[in-house]
Design a protein around this ligand. Sequence first.
Ligand code: NAP
Length: 525
Amino acid sequence: MELNGHLLIGAEDVAATAGTMKALNPATNLEIEPAFAFGGAAEVDRAARLADEAFDSFHATSLAERAAFLERIASGLDVIAAELAQRTALETGLPVAQLEGEAAKSATQFRQFAEVVRQGRFRQAAIDAAQPDRQPRARMDHRLQKIAIGPVAIFGASNFPISYSVAGGDTAAALAAGCPVILKAHNAHPGSSEVQGRMIRQAIEDAGLHEGVFSLVRGGGNEIGEALVDHPLIKGVTFTGSEVGGMALYRRAQQRPDPIPVFTEMTSVNPTFVLPAALAARGHDIGDGFAERMLVTVGQACLKPAIVLAIDGPGYEAMKQAMCTRVQAMPARTMLTPGINTAYRRNLERLANAGAARIAAGGDPQGVWDGQAMLFEVDGARALEDASLCEEVFGPAALVMRVQDEAQFFALARQFHGQLSATLQIDTGDHALASALLPILERRTGRIVINAFSHPQEVSYASIHGGPFPATSDSRFTSVGMTSIERFLRPVCYQGFPDALLPEALKRANPAGIWRLNDGALSKD
Ligand code: NAP
C-alpha cells in the first residue's frame, strides 16, 4: 500500500495544514519516509461534521448489515497483516511475529463484535407491555433499547499499535455500537496508522456506507486532541496512555457546556501477592514465572506485573534468586518511543531515590532507546512510608517487596490504588489468608487472577480490562472484551409506540429474533 502521509477525512485525503512529521525507527534512531501531515481544529471540525452526517444512516443499518461491515474490516486486516506488521515493526521496534499476532487478534475482535451485533443482545431490549386495566392506574406500553451515543473520538494506544490502535478493540466496539469514529492517530506509529486507516476506509466504501463513518486525524501537539474533546458534535471519547494525558482530557470534557463521557485506561502495577504455603512450595517457579511475564513486550504492557509481595520466610530467597537470574539473562531491547524510554529511565531513578535497592540488571543498552531490564527490592516498612513505590514504571522493571508479617501484607494491599488486575499465588494451606485478602483486592481491582503468570487479556464476555481510578476513569466499564461496547451506548425508552414506528429490536413480532426481557423474563418473544 502506497503511503502519502495525508489525513483521512471521510473519503478525502487531506494535506498538512499544521506542519509534518516523520516516523522514527527507535531501533536505529533514524527517520523513515514519508512525511506525515499534521492537522488542527479545522480538520477536526470537518471530520466531526461528516461523522455527524453519517450518524443517522449508519445507526439505522440492520444488525446483519452492520455485522457484515465489521467482517469486511476483519477480512481487510487479514489481507494487510503482513505489510502492516512490517511497517509497524519499523516504527515501534516490536518483533514482526508479535505484530502479526496483533493483527490476527484485531481481526478476531472485529469478527467477535460482528457476532455481538448479530445476536442483538447489546441492545438490552426490555419490554413492559401495556396494562390498560391495571389499578389504580393503567400502565402504558414501555420498550427500551440501547442506541449509539453519537460520533466518538478514539485515541490510539502507543503500546499495542494494531490491536488497540486504529483498527483495534475500541474502534471495533464503537463501530459495532453504531458510532462513527474519529481516530486520533498516535505519532509513535503514523505509517502503521495510515495502513490501518486506509483499509477501514476501503471497507466503508465497499459496504456502501457514508464516508463520515471513519476519519483519521493527526496533530503535532495537544491542540488536535483538545479540539476533538471540545467539539460539540463529539459525544464520547476513549483513551489509552498516561495518567497525566488521560486526566487532562477527562477534565476538559467535563468543562464542556455539555459534558461527555471519557473512558481512559491509564496506569496499573498489577500486584502479585505470594502467600506463604505457595512461597515455600514453589518459590523458585513463582519467581521465574513472574520475571518471564514482566519482561514480555519490553515491559510496555498495561498488564505487566510490576510488584511482587511476599512475607519473608521459606521460599523467599529462591523466588528472588529465580527472578534475578531471568532478569540478568535478558538483553536490553528497543522501547517504543524516545519519550517512553526517557520516562522509564527517570522512573528507575525514582525507585532508587525512594529507597529501593537494585538487585539485578539485564544486558547493557546497545541502541540509544534500548530499555535495560531491572529488578529492585524494598522492605515492606519502607514501602508503607513512601506510597510512590507502588506507582507504575512503564518498561522492563519490577519491584520485590519483602514483607515482615501478615499485618504488613494487609497494610500494603490497602495502600494500592485502583488496578486493572491483581494476582494471588496460593496453595491449599493459604486459603484462609487468601479469603481475608480478597475483599481488600475486590475494592481495588477489576480482575483477580489465581496461580497464573502469563494472563494475556482474553477478549470475551466475562473478561474485564478496567478497574478503579487511576487504572481507569470509570470503573463501571471495560475497555476490552465484548461488554466494552457498553461505553458507546445509552438507553432510550419508547412509550406507547405503534408497531410501525418501533425500532427493529422492539417490534412486537421480534423480527430480529433477539433475546429480550419481557416483564423481567428473558425470552425471544
Ligand atoms: P500519552 O503521552 O498519554 O499520549 C497518548 C495520546 O494522547 C497521544 O496521542 C497524545 O498525543 C494524546 N495526548 C496526551 N496528552 C494530551 C493532552 N493533554 N491533550 C491532548 N492530547 C493528549 O501516552 P503515550 O505516548 O502512549 O505514553 C506515555 C506514557 O504513558 C508511558 O510512558 C506510560 O507511562 C503511559 N502508558 C501507559 C499505558 C498503560 O496501558 N498503562 C499504555 C501506554 C502508555 P501526542 O502524542 O500528539 O501528544
